[in-house]
Write a protein that binds this ligand. Structure first.
Ligand SMILES: [Ca+2]
Ligand SMILES: [Ca+2]
Ligand SMILES: [Ca+2]
Length: 142
């Protein structure tokens, strides 16, 4: 009986250790920089370069049809997940995904849209059809 308990403890420890390690790996995978393969939005123009009050940043690896359930991340404000919902607040964008990505003004891929080629970026969404502080969803077009 004792031996069985030890085995379970050992297994639990291994499982826990593995999941913790995976969690750390994921969290440290540049949560605050736009890396290859990602589609990224910034709360402010010019990719947050400037004297802003907040520095919201968000990144994806796929389609998102509703920004109402996403929060900005801000590396200067621990614990980094802002209470601030990112819907209708994005001001700049960089598509580093391996697909074209279409950004939409409304949730569920509605309203005016902007197609971003691979590698394309816009320092100001105010100059686009989607507009500043309007983006609400995006779709990967692979
Ligand atoms: Ca979402
Ligand atoms: Ca904004
Ligand atoms: Ca919108």
């Amino acid at each position: 009986m004792l031996r069985k308990k030890k085995s379970w403890a050992l297994i639990a420890g291994i499982v826990l250790g593995t999941s913790t390690l995976t969690g750390v790996t994921t969290a440290s995978a540049d949560a605050f920089s736009c890396d290859n393969g990602e589609f990224c939005l910034w709360e402010n123009p010019q990719f947050n370069q400037g004297g802003w009050n907040t520095y919201g940043f968000a990144q994806w690896n796929g389609t998102d049809k509703n920004y109402n359930n996403n929060e900005w991340r801000d590396k200067r404000v621990p614990p980094h997940d802002l209470v601030d919902i990112l819907d209708n607040e994005a001001s700049s964008v960089h598509n580093k995904a391996r697909c074209k990505v279409r950004l939409y003004q409304h949730i569920n891929h509605g309203g005016a849209s902007l197609l971003l080629a691979r590698g394309e970026k816009k320092g100001s969404l105010g100059d686009t059809r989607v507009g500043d502080n309007r983006a609400s969803s995006h779709k990967y077009e692979c």
